[in-house]
Design a protein. Sequence first.
Length: 230
Amino acid sequence: MRRTKLIPVVVAFFLGGILASAQSKTITFKKGEVLDILLFTGKPEMGKLFPRYKETAFDFALKTGYKPQPILAIAETTQGGLQPGSFVFGKWINLSSRKKFLNEITTQVPDFHEQRRAMWSSFYLAYYEMRKDISFDLNPEKVIVVTAYWEDESNTFLTFKKEWLKKAKNKGGRVLLELNEAMSSVGYMYKPNYVVLTEWDNRADFEVFKKESLKMGEKGIQNVNQFIIK
């Protein structure tokens, strides 16, 4: 399913982010910083309502330690039923600043959740405390794929993951980022056990791998989402 570029453009304008599709961008996080993954679908009213959200909730986020990152569109959902329109990386200076925002936002902005519901038909959040320094490039000339797994049985899934990564590398995929131990918040819960960002030289290589990975079956897997992002 193709996605409109309108919503990402609006979000980039108001959130101060950069549309990653315009040029290659390097994403860098230091140990102790917090990486957000935001998945959402905007409503038609979003452009009209966002200025107030920017002046209230987003302003508080910036004061608390939020640092905007590249805005990406979800070009296609390749596995799973979840089909958000935008994929956003966010950065917080540390876990305390991330939790401060979640704990205090409704005191600072009493209609915070009402504003979000008015602008987005879906909104999911996962955040991760970085255990080490990381850096990776988002190259618009490549095919960037985000895959999220929920495990059913941890030992079985560990075997599945090792085989999955082996197949991806053998078919030409490059692992840019791996995330475990997701945290989330009530009302926006998104807690996959494992998220992996892979890069492919072209769509054909990715399709060959996807076909092979689907043959692995579902043992050890409770759920999966997979998106191509731009």
